[in-house]
Design a protein around this ligand. Structure first.
Ligand SMILES: C[S@@+](CC[C@H](N)C(=O)[O-])C[C@H]1O[C@@H](n2cnc3c(N)ncnc32)[C@H](O)[C@@H]1O
Length: 253
């Protein structure tokens, strides 16, 4: 049997609108057939339209359980080096880097605690889930898994060529972000890059999920740039992808 990657984000992030599409569609058909009052038909049509478009957006635009491409080709342009993934989870961001940069190696670091369980559900060995995905993607030979907190990194100074992190810092408070960025600046080599990927505040995301993906609230690129600068990084590129804000920063020499 061929193993497949399963990132394990909850089903409702991809198919959560499906029951609403089915129920509102059925009721709409029944309403037309039984000649229900116009206001019920209008309400049901609105619900059907919203849940249908939200379902398409969640499944095909956010596509959180699908593999994802690097948001910028500028990251690790040399194609080689040792990368640290801060908050690797079940491997989506690690696989993104390892597939795009086939000469690179990567340390996939996560606390594998409450936050992991909150995102991916309980499991006996979260590390094993990450490893299984790295193996299924064919990149496990270039990856190492480390259990640690992004606020206290168990590495020597200047031991990485580059850093990546996707959808993690929204879960930390300001002090935690500052602590972790300082640690990131310590463990990356002078001139090394940090690709920071965050959830973006986009109207279609709010249309689709309402308040369900708010986390600690959304900060804009200026706020993140200021935090990175405080830690000794200079932002050299920023941009957006669906549901995503990214900043590419460089550690001062
Ligand atoms: C939304 S998931 C992102 C996982 C992965 N980067 C991705 O793109 O799918 C957030 C991850 O951050 C991890 N995390 C949260 N706080 C952390 C901390 N203080 N130290 C290490 N990992 C942390 C959680 O365990 C979880 O796996």
């Amino acid at each position: 049997m061929i193993a497949t990657v399963n990132f394990g984000y909850p089903w409702w992030l991809t198919y959560g609108h499906l029951p609403l599409v089915a129920v509102s569609g059925l009721l709409l058909a029944l309403g037309f057939w039984r000649k229900w009052p116009m206001w019920t038909i209008i309400l049901l049509s609105a619900l059907f339209l919203w849940s249908g478009t939200a379902l398409l957006a969640a499944r095909f635009v956010l596509n959180i359980n699908g593999e994802v491409a690097l948001p910028t080709e500028s990251f690790l342009r040399s194609g080689t080096g040792r990368v640290l993934d801060l908050g690797a989870g079940t491997g989506r961001s690690s696989i993104m880097v390892l597939k795009a940069r086939p000469q690179a190696t990567l340390v996939a670091l996560d606390l594998f605690g409450e936050s992991f369980e909150g995102h991916f559900g309980p499991s006996q060995s979260p590390q094993q889930r990450l490893l299984a995905n790295l193996q299924a993607a064919g990149v496990a030979g270039r990856a190492t898994i480390v259990t640690a907190d992004v606020r206290k990194l168990p590495f020597e100074p200047a031991s990485f060529d580059a850093l990546v992190s996707a959808y993690v810092y929204e879960h930390l408070n300001r002090a935690g972000i500052q602590q972790s960025f300082a640690e990131a600046a310590r463990v990356v080599k002078p001139g090394g890059e940090f690709l920071l990927i965050l959830i973006a505040k986009e109207p279609w995301l709010q249309y689709t999920f309402g308040p369900m993906l708010m986390h600690q609230g959304f900060h804009g690129p200026d706020w993140w740039t200021a935090r990175l600068q405080e830690a000794g990084f200079q932002v050299i590129e920023q941009g957006t992808r669906p549901a995503t804000l990214y900043l590419l920063a460089r550690r001062a020499l």
